[in-house]
Design a protein around this ligand. Structure first.
Ligand code: NAP
Length: 323
């Protein structure tokens, strides 16, 4: 495994982050605690030290599975990220959002489920139109001062909103956002217009979600619906937008290059992201040890600039989605 510095934090993380959205009981394709623990343990064996979850994933079950598994390891060695913004299933008016009340309650709930006193990276899962960003930043900054959070991050929003958050934190002399968890992969590159350059200028680390376009980039496009997760009746089925514009041709070129190089499509797609110097660590979601091991091998894959150009060439703008 290779390690990199996460944004401007000075904290070292593995080049792959293990996404924990697949652990819990929110959908048929998710893994229970025992199966989830096996993936987390194998990830640690393979050198992964960076884990991403959220209060809303399976109503907090994902945090519990991650916390229970990591309890068997030295906490100092692991970098744990979670998020706040969406309703974690408690179904009361202040369960969601980014108000001081929600942040303080939900942070405590997350720490309890994780079985930890401090979370390494606490991310705002989306923008909250109802709460002034000043209030959100003051609440987050207070939690950092209280030792409950080490670093702050944000996820999928418009670049102008994130610029507002960065600027406001500066003005308040408050803890700054260090990471952006955005939707970015070889068939969805809208983030290259505004968000990625903003993050580069501000020294913010990129930890993209959906690096395999939620499975679309892991197999030929015509086979996607054959998987449980790709089934259109499933809650998290990949968005049809991936098939728009150049998306089908890119999928075919990923398959062609994988064949030529004796690799899997997932490995080519992950390697493409790892070749973007703005990207610190893609967040991989998997329910299979074999896929996890293959993803880790992608860290050593080299793509030439002409191979990268070949993959990128069919791309055409698509409507922004995933916010
Ligand atoms: N911030 C946000 O709004 C947001 C949104 C979505 C996700 N996330 C985070 O990002 C993580 C990843 O998201 P994701 O699961 O949607 O994205 P993903 O990694 O792009 O896609 C996961 C899909 O790819 C397949 N896959 C993974 N590795 C593979 C491999 N080596 N070979 C073949 N297939 C492979 C998985 O199937 P198998 O299970 O069969 O391996 C699964 O169907 C989540 O766990 C979560 O932590 C964040």
């Amino acid at each position: 495994m290779e390690y990199t510095t996460l944004g401007s934090t000075g904290m070292e993380v593995s080049r792959l982050c293990l996404g924990c959205m697949s652990f819990g009981s929110g959908s048929d394709w998710m893994l229970d605690s025992e199966e989830g623990a096996e993936i987390i343990e194998r990830a640690i064996d393979l050198g992964i030290n960076f884990f991403d979850t959220a209060n809303a994933y399976s109503n907090g079950e994902s945090e519990e599975i991650l916390g229970d598994t990591l309890a068997g390891y030295d906490r100092d060695e692991q970098v744990v990220a979670t998020k706040v913004r969406f309703d974690p299933g408690t179904d009361h008016p202040n369960a969601a959002g980014l108000s001081r009340k929600t942040i303080e309650q939900e942070l405590d709930n997350s720490l309890e489920r994780l079985g930890m006193d401090t979370v390494d990276l606490y991310q705002i899962h989306r923008w909250d139109e109802k709460t002034p960003i000043e209030q959100t930043i003051r609440a987050l900054d207070d939690a950092v001062r209280r030792g409950k959070i080490r670093y702050l991050g944000a996820s999928s929003m418009w670049a102008h909103q994130f610029a507002d958050a960065l600027h406001t934190a500066d003005n308040l002399n408050a803890e700054q956002f260090q990471t952006m968890q955005n939707h970015y992969n070889v068939v969805y590159r809208e983030e290259e217009r505004e968000m990625n350059p903003l993050c580069r200028n501000e020294g913010v680390g990129l930890i993209p979600w959906g690096p395999l376009a939620q499975g679309y980039l892991a197999r030929p496009h015509e086979e996607l619906f054959e998987t449980t997760r790709g089934d259109p009746d499933q809650k998290h089925n990949p968005n049809p937008e991936y098939r728009r514009a150049g998306g089908t041709e890119i999928n075919e070129r990923v398959a062609e290059l994988a064949d030529e190089k004796g690799l899997t499509m997932a490995q080519i797609s992950i390697a493409w992201l790892l070749h973007k110097d703005i990207v610190d660590a893609p967040i991989i979601g998997t329910t299979s040890i074999e896929h996890l091991e293959a993803a880790v091998e992608a860290v050593d894959v080299t793509l030439t600039s002409s191979e990268i150009d070949y993959l990128e060439e069919p791309y055409e703008p698509v409507p922004v989605f995933g916010h």
